[in-house]
Design a protein around this ligand. Structure first.
Ligand SMILES: Cc1cc2nc3c(=O)[nH]c(=O)nc-3n(C[C@H](O)[C@H](O)[C@H](O)COP(=O)(O)OP(=O)(O)OC[C@H]3O[C@@H](n4cnc5c(N)ncnc54)[C@H](O)[C@@H]3O)c2cc1C
Length: 369
């Protein structure tokens, strides 16, 4: 016998958990998660920052709209972000400032002195920066656990070890089956499957949107001198690295974007070596050890904006995918907007300024735009 729900969500990472929590007070919701730990994939591998400009102009409204929710519940801790550039990159720093003017982000242009004051041991040649005061660390595990708890408190169900292997469309809804043989019926199927979003759509007979998983690597390194806990998140304006302190160590990424099939991805030696080499061009600190390294998949739609909305070809299939490198910091506003779209409810203070058309799957339909 199939268990019956209003809504079945495929994927229990940050996307599925947050949207499920927003929907559960209004509908019978089941989240179907393939793994035995719901944060096992991208959600559990993030670099855990909330950065106002990250992801580009189209993402800023989602990030800013999420800020109050995260701050009020204690999920943000002050960090600050510093984009830095060499002499030949001042044009890029100026263009960055110009791109985010009037976006609501809090930016200040710095010269060499301002950058050096924030980054001890800064090597010669790094002569400009953009300072973003509001950037914060996010408690990713805490936020994910919060949403799973809210979902359950409102009567929602989370099924672990429930990899959906079949989704059959029938009149008025879906019959969904897992690899282990469990069956569920639901009126609406929501695709929050991260790197697997296109695969899940195709399994359900819905055309893929071209959501591409790109691998991103992070290494935890021990450096001498030990980084100050006050060091900001430091990002290369050219996109070759970022680093931030974490419990006396440094989290360091080469900002790689290597195309990958959806999988349980592992970090490559080359990406780690590139990150360490890049760091050594920025500061005179000695890298003593690479203590830990990991990689995850950031999944992007072709225009790198997320996809929230009903599929234009099937009104019983809802996309909640393409969260790229910003799926944690945008989770509150994205989930609230997603739930309002699903339920046909009006916008509220968190979402009233969002332009849902920017994120609608219909933008990829032939002839649109
Ligand atoms: C290295 C790295 C650093 C990052 N840093 C940041 C950051 O600082 N700030 C930020 O906001 N974001 C960051 N991100 C991005 C962020 O982690 C993602 O945007 C977010 O986690 C995406 O959440 P998700 O739920 O869509 O995906 P996931 O967490 O991958 O969840 C998708 C889930 O779907 C499940 N699934 C797939 N197929 C099926 C199926 N058939 N049946 C059942 N379940 C299925 C998977 O098991 C998985 O658990 C980073 C990502 C990486 C990799």
């Amino acid at each position: 016998m199939a268990e019956r729900f209003d809504i079945a969500i495929v994927g229990g990472g940050m996307a599925g958990a947050s949207l499920g929590a927003e929907l559960a007070p209004h509908a019978r919701v089941v989240v179907l998660e393939a793994e035995d730990r719901p944060g096992y994939h991208a959600t559990g591998r993030s670099a855990a920052f909330w950065e106002e400009c990250y992801g580009g102009r189209g993402i800023v409204p989602l990030t800013l709209a999420s800020g109050a929710y995260l701050r009020e519940r204690g999920f943000l801790a002050r960090r600050g972000a510093l984009y830095i550039g060499r002499e030949g990159q001042h044009g890029e720093l100026d263009a960055f400032m110009a791109r985010f003017t009037d976006s609501g982000a809090t930016l200040e242009r710095l010269g060499r002195e301002g950058v050096a004051a924030q980054v001890p041991g800064l090597r010669d040649g790094w002569t400009g920066g953009v300072w973003e005061e509001a950037c914060a660390d996010i408690d990713v595990a805490g936020l994910h656990a919060h949403y799973l708890a809210e979902l359950r408190r409102a009567g929602g169900t989370v099924e672990l070890r429930a990899r959906v292997s079949h989704a059959v469309r029938r009149a008025g809804g879906w019959t969904v089956a897992t690899e282990r043989g469990a069956r569920f019926e639901a009126d609406l199927l929501i695709d929050a499957a991260g790197a697997w979003a296109d695969e899940v759509a195709e399994m359900a007979g819905v055309a893929a949107l071209g959501i591409a998983p790109l691998q991103r690597t992070v290494a935890q390194v021990r450096v001498d001198p030990q980084p100050s806990p006050d060091l900001p998140l430091v990002l290369d304006i050219g996109g070759a690295f970022y680093f931030k302190p974490e419990n006396g160590r440094l989290w360091l990424s080469p900002q790689d974007e290597t195309p990958s099939a959806p999988c349980d991805t592992a970090p490559g030696e080359l990406a780690v070596a590139q990150a360490v080499a890049a760091l050594q061009e920025v500061v005179d600190w000695r890298v003593e050890a690479v203590e830990r390294k990991w990689a995850g998949l950031r999944s992007f739609a072709p225009d790198r904006r997320p996809v929230y909305g009903f599929d234009p070809g099937d009104g019983a299939f809802f996309w909640f995918a393409g969260q790229g490198g910003f799926g944690i910091q945008t989770a509150p506003a994205a989930a609230r907007l997603g739930a309002q779209l699903v339920l046909g409810r009006p916008r509220d203070a968190m979402t009233e300024r969002l332009d849902a058309d920017l994120y609608a799957p219909a933008r990829f339909a032939a002839g649109s735009g």
